[in-house]
Design a protein around this ligand. Structure first.
Ligand SMILES: *[C@@H]1O[C@H](CO)[C@@H](O)[C@H](O)[C@H]1NC(C)=O
Length: 315
């Protein structure tokens, strides 16, 4: 173990996704486009739900929370990357790097838990429809949106407190486009075995609990839907949870694709592709999945765009 001094590193260099100059322009345009699409798309969802009192149901309030987490998630990494490409610098201060890592963990974990919460909501709506109103009280809904925040901040704080004592000696170049935890641990010259163990345990529980919730909710939902005899009824039941299922498959498909079939040629590329998918592509896709497949959402968006004054809509 080196006996370096942490103050020797006051900044990190984010090497980004490519080191070729001509690819930088393409990356800039691509990521700026994805960033704007994400912010506008999710922003419209939050506005449409907030202003339309017909959509003040748990399902849509959770969706608005997911959109908020998506905007925040992409905003932790992409703006800094765009600024660095534009100003042709790679540096990020030590403090900014830790802050970026903290919030990138917070929002990915919140996304994960909100998908679980949304599955639970669909489970109650389809498997216990008569008790839906009594179970999904406003107080429970607030609790179900607060818990992900508390848990994700706890997870991020744990990782951050464990990272702070680590020393960075020889190199401060991070082969990544933002300060992600795993590449930071790889870069450190201290013994980071405890950090990696904690990352493994917290990471897998953060993925396991919501996905178990989603799995059992959908087992029940599918059983109920198969029992419905009319095709119209089946279609209706699936249309309310089809969009959620699409997001879930996209999210967990990414996890399986990136972590269970990592590319053997460039191990670092797996990290980068995973990070791009989690922090950029999924947040961008969510609004499309929800608004293109959902009639109420489409109606609310149309109302939002076509009206002149900003007054709350009546049902
Ligand atoms: C998130 O959900 C809570 C409770 O369901 C709701 O009160 C709040 O308005 C939602 N947040 C957003 C940004 O829509």
């Amino acid at each position: 173990m080196h006996q370096g001094n942490r103050t020797t590193i006051s900044e990190f260099l984010l090497l980004g996704l490519s080191n070729q100059a001509e690819q930088q322009k393409l990356l800039f345009v691509l990521f700026l486009g994805m960033y704007l699409v994400t912010v506008v798309g999710n922003g419209l969802i939050i506005l449409a739900i907030g202003l339309d009192s017909c959509l003040h149901t748990p399902m849509y309030l959770f969706l608005a929370n997911l959109s908020f987490a998506d905007i925040s998630s992409i905003s932790t990494s992409v703006p800094k990357m765009l600024i660095n490409i534009q100003t042709k610098t790679q540096s990020i201060s030590y403090e900014s790097c830790i802050t970026q890592m903290y919030f990138s963990i917070v929002f990915v974990v919140i996304d994960n838990f909100l998908l679980g919460v949304m599955a639970y909501d669909r489970f109650v709506a389809i498997c216990h429809p008569l008790n839906y109103v009594t179970i999904m009280q406003p107080r429970l809904c607030v609790l179900l949106t607060v818990i992900p925040w508390v848990l994700s901040n706890t997870v991020a704080l744990t990782h951050t407190l464990l990272l702070l004592p680590l020393l960075f000696c020889d190199s401060n170049s991070l082969p990544h486009f933002f300060c992600d935890l795993a590449p930071l641990l790889k870069l450190s010259c201290s013994d980071s075995r405890i950090n990696e163990l904690v990352l493994f345990f917290l990471g897998s529980s953060v993925v396991t609990f919501p996905s178990a919730l989603i799995f059992f909710s959908y087992v029940c939902i599918v059983r109920v839907v198969l029992r419905i005899s009319s095709t119209e009824g089946k279609r209706k039941a699936f249309s309310t949870c089809g969009s959620h299922l699409t997001v879930v498959l996209l999210f967990y498909g990414t996890i399986v694709g990136v972590y269970f079939f990592p590319s053997s040629t460039h191990p670092d590329d797996g990290d980068k592709i995973g990070a791009v998918l989690f922090t950029v592509v999924t947040p961008m896709m969510n609004p499309f999945i929800y608004s293109l497949r959902n009639k109420d959402m489409k109606g609310a968006l149309r109302k939002l765009i076509s009206r002149k004054r900003f007054l709350p809509l009546m049902c």
